[in-house]
Design a protein around this ligand. Structure first.
Ligand code: MN
Ligand code: MN
Length: 466
């Protein structure tokens, strides 16, 4: 085939590293160092929310509750119960002309402690857990785990817990059966081999020195917890404690070209959006960034995207810009555009059979757009309109952003969803747009540094578009 004709007609998808200059290389690696550092301090939604708020305040953002009036260029945020956060930079145009929204989620699959977690068995102490989100249970055994979260005493006093991250901290783990005695377990289906009720965390083994006490190991743990945090066993009932992998985010490969880290779904899109947001000056359309909670369990509840708290935030923007009038909120949504910034399943050559190779997202080939997600016959999908896909393409092409349009897996193999449909149901034009990931939902997920930087560029270009 004639090379020029091929160039003109064929949509060839090459690795983005080919076109990367030395200068861009430097920028990509520096950006990803910042990303890995942020991840190491932001493993849970509460930690991410706290650190995002801190970064925003350093960049001139104020709590919307403390601001009386808003005008173009003003930067505000709203923290929803310490687990999700919304940001706005007021644009030059009226809000009724529509918002430019980037929405990601900051919760990730993990194990939560049950309300009554502590028990003793075989003279060892354990915490009972209940898994959160779609996990492959076997992946969560025999790895170092840390405990993050809060314990709120009945008098309202809140104790922040973060143990297992510091070099001098202990870590915790869930044991598994030795192969010598696992004949029966190994014959089971993968999903049944580890019982969800058996994902119990080993937390101690030294008995208290008290001859008459019962459950001496448990009692010793309670004594330690009381000394360290000032709590009693009853205080666990009003706690939210999450177990996450204790490993650090690291560069992956001899070439350092990838990132391996816990929670990249969806903190990779959250971080890239957050960094881009900091650099927006006075936009034409009002810039909105959503960092949501509970996406991994269906977006329900008052910190999830299904709640009306985000509507309240936009109403407050309408009130404080003096623009509000009856029913204006619905109009604002109908004229808005959104990138639902969530990760995509990257093509994995080891598991090629689950992908349609011509419609899969590849690592290092840029940000992926999922026109729709869903399962089977697109069931439950929010399908972006062709007109809007063209508009997004145009933004990316004009800004030299490498993108690919893909589907999550072969037809009928499985499926998935994001927060896209929730905003689309309000009337917003929405498309899923994020970073392809390998080993999604595993304790250690893999992304390409090229795609991470491309995501940051993409969100910035989208917000800066008129
Ligand atoms: Mn996600
Ligand atoms: Mn997910």
């Amino acid at each position: 085939m004639d090379e020029n004709l091929k160039k003109e007609l064929v949509n060839e998808k090459k690795s983005g590293w080919y076109g990367t200059t030395d200068e861009e290389f430097g920028k990509i690696f520096e950006f990803c160092n910042g990303y890995m550092d942020f991840l190491n301090h932001s493993k849970t939604e509460r930690e991410f929310c706290f650190n995002a708020k801190k970064l925003a305040e350093e960049n001139g953002f104020k709590d919307v509750n403390n601001v009386e009036n808003l005008k173009a260029g003003d930067r505000v945020y709203f923290v929803n119960r310490d687990k999700s956060i919304y940001f706005a930079i007021i644009g030059e145009q009226k809000l009724e002309n529509g918002l430019h929204i980037v929405g990601a989620h900051i919760d990730s699959p993990r194990l939560d402690l049950k309300p009554n977690p502590l028990y003793e068995d075989g003279e060892m102490a354990y915490f009972n857990t209940h898994y959160y989100g779609g996990i492959k249970k076997y992946q969560w055994t025999t790895i170092p785990l840390s405990i993050h979260g809060v314990i709120v005493k009945s008098n309202g006093e809140k104790i922040t817990v973060n143990i297992g991250e510091d070099e001098n901290d202990p870590i915790f783990t869930i044991t598994d059966l030795l192969p010598h005695l696992a004949k029966e377990q190994e014959a089971k289906k993968l999903r049944e081999a580890i019982d969800g009720e058996n994902l119990d965390l080993l937390v101690g083994s030294i008995p208290i020195k008290d001859k008459d006490a019962k459950s001496k190991v448990k009692l010793n743990i309670l004594k330690i917890l009381n000394e360290k945090y000032g709590i009693t066993e009853a205080d666990f009932v009003s706690s939210e404690l999450e177990l996450v992998p204790a490993f650090k985010a690291r560069s992956l490969g001899f070439d350092y070209g990838m990132v391996a880290a816990y929670g990249q779904d969806d903190k990779v899109c959250s971080y890239t959006a957050l960094k881009a947001l900091m650099e927006i000056n006075i936009p034409s359309k009002t810039t909105i960034c959503i960092l949501s909670d509970k996406e991994e369990i269906g977006s329900m509840g008052n910190t999830g995207m299904e709640s009306h708290v985000f509507d309240y935030f936009v109403s407050e923007l309408l009130n404080k810009t003096g623009e509000n009038r009856p029913n204006l909120l619905e109009k604002v949504f109908c004229y808005s555009k959104m990138l639902s910034s969530d990760v995509d399943a990257g093509f994995d050559p080891l598991y090629a059979s689950v992908s349609d190779k011509t419609n899969a997202g590849f690592l290092s080939k840029g940000i992926t757009l999922n026109k729709y997600t869903g399962a089977r016959g697109k069931s439950g999908a929010s399908d972006a309109n062709a007109e809007f896909v063209a508009w997004v393409r145009n933004v990316f092409e004009a800004n030299n952003i490498k993108y690919q349009v893909s589907e999550l897996g072969r037809v009928d193999v499985g499926g998935g969803g994001t927060i896209a449909y929730i905003l689309a149901n309000k009337g917003v034009d929405v498309i899923d747009c994020g970073v392809p990931v390998l080993s999604m939902h595993a304790p250690y997920e893999v992304t390409s540094k090229f795609d991470i930087y491309e995501a940051y560029k993409a969100y910035k270009a989208f917000w800066e578009k008129d």
